[in-house]
Ligand binder design. Sequence first.
Ligand code: GCU
Length: 607
Amino acid sequence: MNLVKTGWVVVLSLMLTASLAEAAGGESNSIVEPLLQNVSGRDSVSLDGQWTYIIDPYENGYYNHRYEPHTHGYFKNAKMTSPSQLLEYNFDTADKITVPGDWNTQEERLYLYEGTVWYNKNFRFNKDRDRNYLLYFGAVNYKAIVYVNGNKVGEHEGGFTSFNFDITGFLKDGDNFVTVKVDNRRERNQVPTVNTDWWNYGGITRSVSIVSVPSAYVSDYRLQLDPNDPNTLNGSLVVSGTKARPGKAVIAIPELGIKETVRINDTSSVAFSFNAKPELWSPQTPKLYDVQISYNGETIRDRIGFRTIKTNGEDIELNGRSVFLKGISIHEESPLTSGRAWSEEDARTLLQWAKELGCNFVRLAHYPHNEHMLKVADEMGLMVWSEIPVYWTVLFDNNAVYKKAEQQLGEMIHRDINRASVIMWSMANETPSTEARLSFISSLIKQARELDDTRLITAAMDTQSTTKNGILIDDPLASEVDIIGVNSYCGWYVSEATKCAGLKWESEYHKPIIMSELGAGALQGLHGESNERWTEEFQASVYVHNLEMVDNMTALRGLSPWILKDFRSPRRPLKHVQDFWNRKGLVSEKGIRKKAWYVLRDYYETK
Ligand code: GCU
């Protein structure tokens, strides 16, 4: 084993910590800990379940009548202490809401609500003197301000990535309460910006837990097959905490007979390599190994698959062999409740539907999905396109917006760096081809490659040019990515289905292409002629003709048609047909397959 201590790992952990500090609003009283990885593999107490909530559309609990933040914080003491006390916001008498879960589908008054909702959870706790305690949120959409026992512990912006705060100094033995100000208003200077084609589900949308770690603990680890040597595993550890000090860590992979000791030197980070010959992960053989990382009395358990992913000219090579990505796009919407998906059951159902379609690949649009999706994709052998919501028209010439995108990129990569299923990071979807956008996304690509040089980079583009006999892919962004994603709605937004197969696709780039979106809408159960829009027959016809079209695209190495399941969108109001649902699903919101589902399933059987 050659023990290598390299500066880049130190830079990496500092960079991520710095960006998180900035993301937490750099509040003086918020201790921003490095982002915790793999919480389910650690010692934790769940705060999921019934919380109380108070709707606060005028943010009266945060600002006084002069529109200044309350110094004392209306809500932090929202507990009745005497009958004469003026208390207009009392959590003890407030309504209940389930966490995790969006508020839109739990409370009729909140279906279209965009604003602040205050959440509160009372709980009892017994502290262990020499442990640190981090309060971890899987995701809160969109902004969160977090208080523990009335003390502000931090802020986070971004609706689809996890964050945590060290609450050791605020947590008490006995009774405690956590209060969270959640604000899902869309703002022009956010990521995503104000216009999206999905429902703005607000709330504490993923699990919450208190994670117990030693005073010095492994906050970040990665273990991957060397891209150029199938007999070597490369890894790194980052140790954090109030008493991070030199010591030893042990990485064990029992099934491979591996137990490697790694010395943590004066820095809190170390990179290492050791020999191993794992069975490679693939859709056919999704082999995962139990990995245990022990340090300072804590053992973190994970299940990791080992594989390589590369491009070679116009080919995508998984473990050195060319692969065709038979995919489908998926929004993070529950197949069972139609609200924001968050559970393992949601993940298993959605990904099982993809498997039944004949997929070996899923595009998780348009933002990082919950961690269950990635861990279940690892188990099921589904390759994943994972994406940050740099969607349509974010403010590409605004540095603060860039920092928000970069923060979400870092949080996405950091959480899922050990997931074999993730083969590519997507930087953007359908962004306008301007100089500012190219610069913005090129910087994101550079950052992504610095954080993870083992995966491919892509972006979904809709900027292809029309030529006299077809379509030309000539967006300069395509020169920056490894895989070119193109979204094309021939037969729905442009042209007619019968003309799609005749389109000749050309590319200025000798790179793999994925048709990252194609499709059409249909109301499940509405039948008619194939030229009657909104019928299942119309949607099926668009698929038939588009699949003929893609078969003529010489550099095509995959597709992820839009989309597995009908999903809510405020942009789709058509009464009796859409009713605020985007109907491009192959499956209805009730889980009923449409004719087009069978067209794609039959096509994948031939690939
Ligand atoms: C776009 C976009 C999707 C959207 C889809 C549609 O390509 O990427 O987010 O839902 O088309 O119009 O249905």
